[in-house]
Design a protein around this ligand. Structure first.
Ligand SMILES: Nc1ncnc2c1ncn2[C@@H]1O[C@H](COP(=O)(O)OP(=O)(O)OP(=O)(O)O)[C@@H](O)[C@H]1O
Ligand SMILES: [Mg+2]
Length: 318
């Protein structure tokens, strides 16, 4: 049963089966463990048809940008929700952010492209360096940062009444980019997002008429139109069926050499399949969210240094 959510995430002091039976949907934000693809095969086997990121050959040139955070902390009002997160996301790689609900993964993503500051009462400290330049430095424009660092959300959000073609082209308009050959650009972006073959005869249909999985790839195509250096993805597959999820994962694998990708996921198999590096966030007992462990994905899943990481990736708490 692919991508089935798991409930009854065991408490730490009550060891139970590693992959408990599925009874009902997991509460939002609970880690899921795809019982058809145990973690061992997710990273060591290509039965899924996808080559795990760690095994993918990246021989061609790599573009994208390095994104580095130094001691990033965040608050909502007086409440501190993130504590000194320092991570480096390398160009041409996929970094997965994992951790239980409420540990600050989405907040961290929003800090990376200056969306955090749009929330009333939100504040932050620390530095975010895009290819070495602080995106929060005086004189840096938030809009330019958001063009270079795109975002795809949990729920596909195309403009539903706008055509498929215009949805992709709208990225250019929103970013104020002019003088591009729109026809070839739209085709190129839809190709890269793995959607072209499905929509080439439906370019004038409304975006809202596509399936959920197609809409999500349409959103990816729209993000790619402005040639971002970094793409942030916040649980991009959590509203999708397993087939659409697989298509989005293929898309991630295809664009990863051009765009630095940071993906939040509650699906451990997905993290194992798509990412090169992984960061495990945790907010324990009233403490703000922080990074417990960061490392190469294979190491994080098979030889984690911290027992809390081992517990989390093996479904012993969530
Ligand atoms: N707009 C907001 N106002 C106040 N508090 C917020 C706001 N957004 C998030 N928080 C709080 O910040 C903390 C981190 O939330 P965040 O959404 O970043 O967690 P998350 O790791 O993405 O969780 P999930 O896995 O459920 O998506 C939580 O305690 C949350 O309640
Ligand atoms: Mg979140």
């Amino acid at each position: 049963m692919p991508d089935a959510p798991v409930t009854g995430v065991p408490a730490l002091d009550k060891p139970t089966a590693r992959f408990p039976a599925v009874a009902e949907p997991a509460p939002l934000g609970t880690a899921t463990y795809d019982t058809a693809t145990p973690l061992d095969t997710a990273t060591h086997d290509t039965a899924t048809g996808l080559v795990p990121a760690a095994r993918r050959e990246r021989t061609g040139p790599v573009s994208g940008a390095a994104l580095e955070t130094k001691d990033v902390s965040a608050w909502f009002g007086e409440r501190k929700v993130l504590d000194r997160v320092s991570l480096t996301m390398r160009p041409g790689e996929v970094t997965a952010l994992i951790g239980p609900s409420g540990c600050g993964k989405s907040t961290y993503l929003r800090i990376l492209n200056r969306m955090h500051e749009l929330i009333p009462g939100a504040s932050l400290a620390g530095e975010v360096l895009l290819d070495g330049e602080d995106i929060y430095a005086a004189g840096k424009r938030a809009q330019e940062t958001r063009r270079r660092i795109g975002m795809v959300f949990q729920k596909p959000n195309p403009f539903p009444a706008m055509t498929v073609f215009d949805n992709v082209a709208s990225g250019l308009k929103l970013a104020g980019i002019k003088g591009k050959d729109k026809d070839s650009l739209v085709e190129h972006c839809l190709l890269r997002a793995g959607l072209w073959n499905e929509v080439r005869t439906r370019l004038r249909s409304p975006g809202g008429a596509l399936s959920g999985g197609q809409q999500q790839r349409l959103c990816i195509a729209r993000s790619l139109a402005v040639e971002p250096a970094v793409l942030l993805m916040d649980e991009p597959c959590s509203a999708l069926d397993p087939t659409s999820t697989r298509r989005v994962e293929e898309t991630i694998a295809e664009i990863a050499s051009d765009v630095t990708i940071i993906i939040v996921t509650h699906n451990m198999q997905q993290a194992a399949r798509v990412s090169d590096h992984c960061a495990f966030f945790l907010a324990e007992e009233g403490r703000p969210g922080h990074v417990v462990e960061y490392g190469r994905t294979e190491q994080m899943f098979h030889d984690p240094r911290d027992p809390r990481t081992a517990d989390y990736v093996n479904g012993r708490f969530g």
